[in-house]
Design a protein around this ligand. Sequence first.
Ligand SMILES: [Fe+2]
Length: 286
Amino acid sequence: MDQSSLGARKLREVKQAKSGDSLKKRLISQFVKLTGISSRGLKNALDLQVRKYNWRFPNLPKEAEGMRLLHLSDTHLDGVPGLLENLLKKLDELEFDLVVWTGDFRYDKGVYDAKCLEPTFDLAKYLLKRSRVLAVPGNHDCSQTLESLEALGIEVLLNSGFEYSPGFFIGGVDDPHYYKTDDLGLALSKRKENDFTLLLAHSPEIIAQASREKVDFYLCGHTHGGQVCFPIVGLVYWGARCARKHASGKFEYQQMQGYTHRGTGSSNSPIRFNCPPEVVIHQLGG
Ligand SMILES: [Fe+2]
C-alpha cells in the first residue's frame, strides 16, 4: 500500500459514520409499509436490466479498442432479498474484460458488519473468477469493508491510479459525497501526459474538476437514477450536489464523457418505480 493510499484510509477512518440508519430511511420505510406499495416496489427492484453502450474517444489507445467494462454500482446487496441470485444469473450471460464497481457495497451504514456483507463477498468472489475487479468506495462503506474486499482480491482505488495498459490510465477517488475524502490530484498523480484517462468515483459531484484535469471518461453512481421516478416528470430527487442532467445515465461535460449508473441495488427502502435497477456494459471504441 503506498503512502497516499494510507493517508486516505486514515482520513476516512476519522470521518467514518458513527450512526446507523438515518431518520429519513426510517420514515421512508414506514411510509412504504403504510401505503402497501412494498411488494410491487420490491418486484421492480429485482427487475435488473442489462444496458450496453458504445463509446468513442479520439484518444483511445488502439489496444483498448473493443474493451468491455462491466459497470456495477450501489449494489446494496444486503438490502434487497433475492437480488444476488438475479444478478448472478444476468452476469452468467455477459462477456466482459474488466469490472468497475463504483461503491456502496452494503445497504446499511455505520459500523462494520461482516454478516450483512456476506452477499457482497459472494459477488466479489464470483467476479474475481472472471476478471480483474477495480472498485472505489461510497458513502455506505467503512474502512473495514474495503479491507475485507481487498483481502478477497478486489483492487480498491483510494485516491490512486495506475497504467492499466499502454497509454490507458485508470484513477479512482474516495467518496466525494459524504466523506468528502476524494483527492483527484493524488488519484491522477502517476498519469503520463496524453494518457487516455478513465476516472472512477462514487458520485457525479466532481465532474467539473475532473473535466479540468482532462479526464476522458468518468464513471460513477450513487444517485440510483432517482430510484423512484414519476411518469412524464422523471426523477425529482437524486441525492447529490449535481445538475439533474448528470444524475442518470450518459452525459457529456465539455470534452469529457461519462455515465451515472442508476444502481444495481436500492437504498433507503428496497423499492423502485419507473427506474429499474441495472447492470451496464461499456464497450470502448464502438
Ligand atoms: Fe451512495
